[in-house]
Design a protein around this ligand. Sequence first.
Ligand code: NAD
Ligand code: ZN
Ligand code: ZN
Length: 336
Amino acid sequence: MKAAVVHEFRKDLTVENVPIPAVGETDVLVKIHACGVCHTDLHAAHGDWPVKPKLPLIPGHEGVGEVIKVGNGIKHLKPGDRVGIPWLYSACGYCEYCLSGRETLCLNQHNAGYSIDGAYAEYCVADGRYTVKIPDNLSYVEAAPLFCAGVTTYKALKVGEAKPGEWVAIYGIGGLGHVAVQYAKAMGNKVVAVDTFDDKLALAKELGADLVINPKTEDSAVFIQREIGGVQASICTAVSKRAFDEAYRAVKRGGKCVAVGLPPEMIEVPIFDTVLNGVSITGSIVGTRKDLEEALQFAADGKVKTTITTAKLEDINEVFKDLEEGKVNGRMVLTF
Ligand code: NAD
Ligand code: ZN
Ligand code: ZN
């Protein structure tokens, strides 16, 4: 099968022929129809984070396609089913996190396109217990980004706990942020969108954002505090330390700053303001299979629609370059 492979960090991926992986007892083999390109894949290919991915690596954790082979231990899926393979490739199933509905915190998890090969390939093996079915009325291409960008931002909004009618800020209107705006609107929030590119802010407006601010024109936190008195939750998906700093200061008293983006830097947090304002900063990592089902349903119901540009597997190095330079508006999806 054809796959895009990372052999060395910060080097181009090579598109090459590799063997189709074997199917174990609880696995399914998926013929990939589409795979979204997440900024995480870029971090993986660069070796940005303290925990490094396996090498060589086939990235991709927004892969969707058709089940063509099912391991003996999988009874709820059959050939022909339409599924996606999320970042949470598998978890142990019996630790305190798995048992308490927090499987994304499992210490024995595998991650698609990071610790295990992902879906930048014509075929991908998945753990059948952790794949999630795609609603019938969503195409493969529109469903793909929901398997990471969708579920991650939907979950982050839940973690942010802003009630209907309350303001949220979405920092970074990229692959994640452009769906975050729509989930927030669908959940009844008012939305202020923040990005350093005006075309991304224009997209946010089209998708329902009530206010937009480009931090190149004014410190976004100062703007948000002045115009609306702060937000109940700010969801930071931007790959930028500066964005995290502003996202923290945009929160009103009692609010939450939810860290989602993963720049490899540190943030400094003033203890005095955190205490006096009673604000919290919390991380949010993807979402559970249940979160994913819910996130997909919002799209199936027409409340969330991914903005997509398609590309071919052979274009992957160009796509990575565009993503790094902030030139992708919405999500880039590889089609097969
Ligand atoms: P993306 O490149 O599509 O979007 C990032 C956006 O941030 C861009 O639109 C960019 O213009 C904007 N941005 C850059 N600097 C900014 C600033 N100072 N203020 C406001 N906006 C700014 O990336 P993506 O695929 O949406 O991923 C974003 C981040 O989220 C990555 O670090 C990725 O690894 C991470 N991520 C985390 C999770 C999780 O579970 N926590 C899941 C998926 C991705
Ligand atoms: Zn992702
Ligand atoms: Zn576990």
